[in-house]
Design a binder for this molecule. Structure first.
Ligand SMILES: [Zn+2]
Length: 385
């Protein structure tokens, strides 16, 4: 890519500002919480049509567990190898959120449920291909796009399909939101784990014969202390006991108590080790028992050589576009964490804004269009990274 092409790309992207805004509005207006399969189908329909219009062949992998996944292939590009752009159509916002948090555009700021995470990212993928088409610049690697509809709840239904595609492509660009208002690209993501831990004791009347009881809550207090000791923020390891339930009444020694635990970690070996420690937790009170359900979920996205090469390529493209980019570490997972196990992955290539999963969710339009130019440049770059 020459710097002349880069300038043309950037200008063309910004010339499509209105197109971008209209397309984004159309997607935001179809509210799509993960568990609402009908709404997600409706949105995937619309997205599928739009990719077809850009020249993609679209296959819809249907499912009963979610609205399924779209796999879109730009067959007009002849290349031995593929590159993947992956994103999700689902959001965390229930249907009706638009009433409190409506679509709005105020100069450079656009708000609305899912605008940042990550409906803008889907439109950016389309704009990248549209501008490449219009400038008649062919990508060296055949573009494949995957749009899932269950990312926000852990990608259970799409996981295998994501792995299969990741194994077959040279690189993956993930237009999930960037980080913060300066739009850091995500070169690292923490891995995660989830656990449901139940302790059983023995109920007894707390006034008449407390000594016959075994308090599940007291035992759980011991367990929580042990979990807390596994925290190591300097190592990037954190465990949060986010939910606790137990006991029946104030005058009954509690027979059962359970907690939900969220684990985050930076590297595979830490994840494995903490996972083992959690599964080996033992009770202290005679007569108490423990069951641990759950385990590791999304793997961490780590700075391996292939990911770093792709990051370097992004920096070169950014320089040619006269853009400044920095890298950052995200505590949250994404489907990029899955693809990164198999192929070069660069995450956080999407919108610039803030407030994902919060009522302050918004994007900055011009900065996001700059990033769409970066996405286009990377899509057209021949270096496989
Ligand atoms: Zn997301």
């Amino acid at each position: 890519m020459s710097s002349i092409d880069s300038k043309k790309i950037k200008d063309e992207i910004h010339n499509h500002k209105e197109w971008f805004v209209n397309r984004l509005k159309k997607y935001v207006e179809v509210e799509s919480p993960t568990d609402d399969i009908i709404q997600n189908r409706k949105l995937l329909h619309s997205i599928a049509d739009d990719f077809r219009e850009l020249g993609f062949d679209v296959e819809w992998k249907e499912s009963v567990l979610s609205a399924g996944q779209l796999v879109c292939i730009l067959n007009s590009v002849e290349s031995e190898h593929d590159q993947l752009m992956i994103g999700h159509a689902d959001t965390v916002w229930p249907v009706g959120t638009m009433e409190q948090m409506p679509w709005s555009m105020d100069e450079n700021v656009i708000r609305g449920p899912g605008v940042y995470d990550m409906k803008a990212g889907i439109v950016m993928m389309q704009l990248a291909v549209k501008v490449a088409n219009e400038l008649d610049i062919k990508p060296f690697l055949r573009p494949v796009v995957m749009i899932t509809s269950d990312e926000e709840t852990g990608s259970k239904d799409s996981w295998n399909e994501i792995e299969e595609i990741a194994k077959s492509v040279k690189r993956v660009l993930v237009p999930e939101p960037s980080m913060g208002l300066d739009g850091k690209i995500k070169t690292e993501r923490k891995g995660s784990g989830r656990y449901h831990i139940t302790v059983k004791g023995r109920e007894a009347h707390s006034g008449v014969e407390p000594e016959k009881g075994v308090s599940a809550i007291v035992e759980m207090a011991h367990i929580i202390r042990k979990l807390d000791e596994l925290n190591d923020y300097n190592q990037g390891i954190s465990l949060n006991v986010g939910l606790i339930t137990g006991g029946k009444a104030v005058n009954i020694v509690p027979g059962e108590c359970s907690i939900e635990v969220d684990l985050r970690y930076l590297n595979h070996s830490d994840g494995e080790e903490i996972n083992k420690s959690i599964k080996r937790l033992e009770t202290e009170l005679a007569g108490a028992s423990i069951t641990v359900e759950g385990g590791l979920r999304r793997p961490p996205l780590v700075k391996n050589d292939r990911n770093q090469n792709l990051w370097e390529l992004a920096q070169t493209c950014a320089e040619e576009l006269d853009l400044k980019i920095e890298e950052g570490l995200s505590g949250g997972g994404s489907d990029g964490s899955i693809t990164s196990q198999f192929t070069a992955t660069l995450d956080g290539m999407g919108a610039v804004g803030e407030g994902a999963h919060s009522p302050s969710e918004k994007i900055l339009l011009n900065e996001t269009l700059d990033r769409a130019a970066l996405l286009t440049a990377l899509l057209l770059a021949d270096d496989v990274g």
